[in-house]
Design a protein around this ligand. Structure first.
Ligand code: SF4
Ligand code: SF4
Length: 394
């Protein structure tokens, strides 16, 4: 991703400092970024206007507005920009960084950032509760307690660990790992938030602190690769931790399972007669180009018919949870009066799906909530891909 390259060279530069960045001067003011942005229509300064303000030296107007916080770092603008300007990680995140310094920040986001600093997770849960998702029947080895060496270090993530609606995703993936005979272990209570959404919400210092804590935990053990439940964690380990010299091979769980599809297929014996549509998570699809693996896994489940929504693959619509959006629902509802998750659920209904399949822990609770408010969505089930695969093994 081109944005990562820019961060490599100037991670702490201010947005105004971007004026010295030749990439911004390549902007042709076509407006594509502002048009494709799901909340561009109600931002005082969508990306193209921000660039215009920078060039015209009226950037103080951008700093006085608060609608930059409607940016959920979905990367749609960056992907569509004809001149390849790294808008999301550069312009938007740096502006948020400056707004944070000035104290211009929605209170919900501030609370999530403080929780991340104090407890190592944005929900403010006790770190001691991080492994409470594991039930007696689950076989989940811990680094330190059970072993110091494993082939795979599974980075479970905040929402699969703490959120009761997402914990079944973690249990399903544990079942899949055991069924495939994978030699794995988790960090347990030593795991900290991966920090990627905090970084994209402008809190780079906090991201660095969390990354360093995770790196210290990684350094205590021997493993060959990290596998994540969460695309944001995958993005962090693949693209952002290396900027801090923390380098480990990493895969999202859909990539890991797709590589073992021939071994997995004979285990998928139970037919799931259903029309399924798949929502490409921004940080798996658009940002990291993983589109085929999740679809290959779904297609391997007997009885499933895969249907596509209008927006799919690189044009996928954000669930609204990225870049701190997960922690700004109240602020965004006040500004927009609509939720992106509802927009997406409406598309799933229009596609005729019985099940909306997801592969990011932010999505399940957001879409499940949306099925309660969108007309005609009351029968739509929201399932993580790992749950669908584990169900098919029964
Ligand atoms: S899409 Fe790219 S070139 Fe077009 S206005 Fe936005 S930043 Fe400028
Ligand atoms: S990253 Fe997404 S939400 Fe943020 S400005 Fe770009 S298109 Fe809009």
């Amino acid at each position: 991703m081109s944005g990562a390259a820019v961060l490599d060279t100037a991670p702490n530069a201010t947005a105004q400092g971007l004026l010295g960045d030749p990439e911004l001067w390549h902007c042709i003011q076509c407006g594509t970024c502002s048009g494709i942005c799901p909340f561009g229509y109600l931002m005082d300064f969508p990306p193209s206007k921000m660039i215009a303000a920078l060039r015209s030296e009226t950037y103080q107007k951008v700093m006085a507005a608060d609608t930059v916080w409607m940016c959920i770092a979905c990367s749609a603008c960056t992907t569509a920009c004809p001149t390849k300007i790294p808008i999301t990680v550069n312009l938007m995140s740096r502006t948020k960084e400056e707004l944070l310094l000035e104290g211009n920040i929605p209170s919900e986001l501030q609370a999530a950032l403080e929780n991340s600093q104090r407890y190592g997770n944005p929900m403010g849960e006790s770190p001691r509760k991080r492994t409470q998702w594991i039930q007696e029947t689950d076989q989940v080895p811990f680094m330190g307690k059970d072993t110091r060496e494993a082939d795979i270090l599974w980075f479970v993530g905040d929402y699969p660990s703490f959120h009761t609606g997402v914990q079944p995703t973690a249990r399903a993936f544990a079942r899949l790992l055991n069924a495939l005979g994978v030699n794995f272990a988790i960090l347990g209570n030593d795991e900290q938030s991966d920090g990627d959404s905090q970084r994209l919400a402008g809190e780079r210092g906090l991201f660095e602190m969390l990354a360093e804590k995770n790196a210290r935990a990684f350094g205590k053990y021997t493993f060959n690769m990290i596998v994540t439940t969460d695309p944001h964690a995958y993005n962090a380990f693949k693209n952002a931790y290396p900027e801090l010299d923390i380098r480990y091979p990493a895969q999202h769980y859909t990539q890991f399972l797709a590589e073992r599809l021939e071994q997995l297929k004979p285990l998928l014996k139970r037919e799931l007669q259903a029309k399924v549509t798949y929502h490409d998570p921004c940080y798996l699809g658009r940002v990291n180009g993983v589109y085929d693996e999740p679809r290959a896994l779904l297609s391997a489940i007997p009885g499933i018919t895969l249907v596509e929504m209008v927006h799919n693959r690189s044009t996928s619509l954000c669930c609204g949870g990225g870049g701190g959006g997960m922690w700004m629902d109240g602020f965004q509802w006040e500004k927009a009066g609509v939720r992106l998750s509802e927009w997406r659920v409406r598309e799933a209904v229009r596609a005729g799906a019985d099940i909306l399949a997801v592969a990011c822990p932010y999505e399940k609770p957001r879409f499940e909530d949306a099925t309660k408010t969108v007309k005609g969505a009351d029968k739509l089930l929201v399932k993580d891909l790992s749950e669908l695969l584990a169900d098919a093994m029964e």
